[in-house]
Ligand binder design. Structure first.
Ligand SMILES: Cc1cc2nc3c(=O)[nH]c(=O)nc-3n(C[C@H](O)[C@H](O)[C@H](O)COP(=O)(O)O)c2cc1C
Length: 334
């Protein structure tokens, strides 16, 4: 039987399938079941900068200042009094006692601040690594791409300075020059990149004339975007990559490893199919490796990345031109 173990940021994982940050980690029972199903690691749901700032009352004051103008802003943080950062750290300690598999703590932040001390607390609570999610939507036209990138790089360097465990950065695809920014993220100390963070977009409901946001699960096709960038970045950078978004089946795991990933993260498929999906993915991966004569993941990792694929344009614009120019009208019902 093929060996499906991998190393991610220097941490040995029994499988490349990681349970991504999500509400799966809010029950110890689920964390144990993920381990039993053969998960390589699990990312604990994020501790948000806003949660920590609320505790230190920085944000409280800010919200108070705008409270009359935007009273609904206060409802963005409904339950935080009872789920503050200290409870979060205690939760990580509980999870650590419950399982042996590697646990990755997640911090969700946009700028350097008081909250950074929680990086060390998550490490002390037993996290084997941290993941930094830099989700932000920049709406200020005065802010340049350099300003935005510098702010993110400062956060990464500050967190790296705070802890000795490896730090992964969960990137968004929306940077002007993603390859350049990813390289600078690595130069700022990131030991791994999670490709990509999923942005939840607002939608407008014409019946009630209001804007809403819903948490839509991904579809398998969504994995094409991370797949392209895993293929590009694994050729260009010396850093461990974990694919995230749209990894739903064992075949998707194989695709991402062929493109150069060290690991994959799954969330939506587990909500849709249950935690048993992890063992299915592991079995499918091992079965495929056996049938292709591969003993371990390094035998084929990166075989189809941008450098190795044999067609240097496969990941680039030429592929798009060929696709659109070559399309035949009769393939759609018109
Ligand atoms: C219910 C739910 C909760 C999530 N919570 C977090 C979180 O706390 N931190 C985070 O970085 N991502 C969070 N995510 C995003 C996932 O980690 C992941 O990036 C996204 O779902 C895309 O992966 P998928 O296609 O496998 O679902 C959450 C996703 C879902 C569906």
């Amino acid at each position: 039987m093929a060996d499906i173990s991998t190393s991610y940021m220097g941490i040995e994982l029994a499988s490349p399938v990681i349970v991504g940050a999500s509400t799966w980690s809010r029950k110890i029972e689920h964390i144990k079941r993920a381990e039993d199903a053969g998960a390589g690691a699990l990312v604990i749901h994020s501790l948000f900068q806003e949660q920590i700032e609320l505790e230190t009352e920085e944000l409280d004051e800010e919200l108070g200042a705008h409270g009359e103008e935007f009273p609904e802003a206060l409802s963005y943080f409904p339950h935080m009094e009872h789920a503050g950062p200290r409870e979060h750290v205690m939760w990580v300690e509980n999870a650590r006692r419950a399982v042996a598999m590697p646990l990755i703590g997640s911090l969700n932040a946009t700028s350097v601040g008081e909250w950074v001390r929680y990086a060390r607390q998550l490490e002390e609570a037993g996290c084997n690594a941290l993941e930094l999610n830099l989700y932000s939507v920049e709406t200020n036209p005065d802010k340049t791409s350099s300003d935005i990138e510098k702010q993110a790089l400062d956060v990464i360097a500050t967190v790296k300075n705070e802890v000795s465990v490896p730090v992964a950065v969960k990137l968004s695809p929306f940077y002007t020059s993603l390859a350049n920014f990813a390289r600078r993220v690595v130069e700022s100390g990131a030991d791994g990149l999670v490709i990509f963070n999923r942005f939840y977009q607002p939608f407008i409901d014409p019946d009630n004339e209001r804007a809403d946001i819903s948490l839509d699960l991904s579809r398998q096709e969504d994995t094409r975007l991370p797949l392209r960038w895993i293929g590009i970045l694994s050729s260009a950078l010396d850093v461990d990559l974990a694919a995230s978004t749209g990894v739903h089946t064992g075949k998707d795991v194989i695709r991402h490893i062929l493109a150069g990933a060290k690991a994959v993260q799954c969330v939506s498929t587990l909500y849709q199919n249950g935690l048993g999906r992890i063992s299915e993915m592991n079995n499918d991966l091992a079965g495929w490796m056996d049938s292709h004569g591969y003993g371990d993941l390094e035998d084929f990792r990166g075989e189809l990345n941008r450098r190795n694929i044999g067609d240097p344009y496969a990941f680039e614009r030429a592929q798009y031109v060929q696709l659109l120019m070559g399309h035949r009208m009769d393939t759609f019902a018109v």
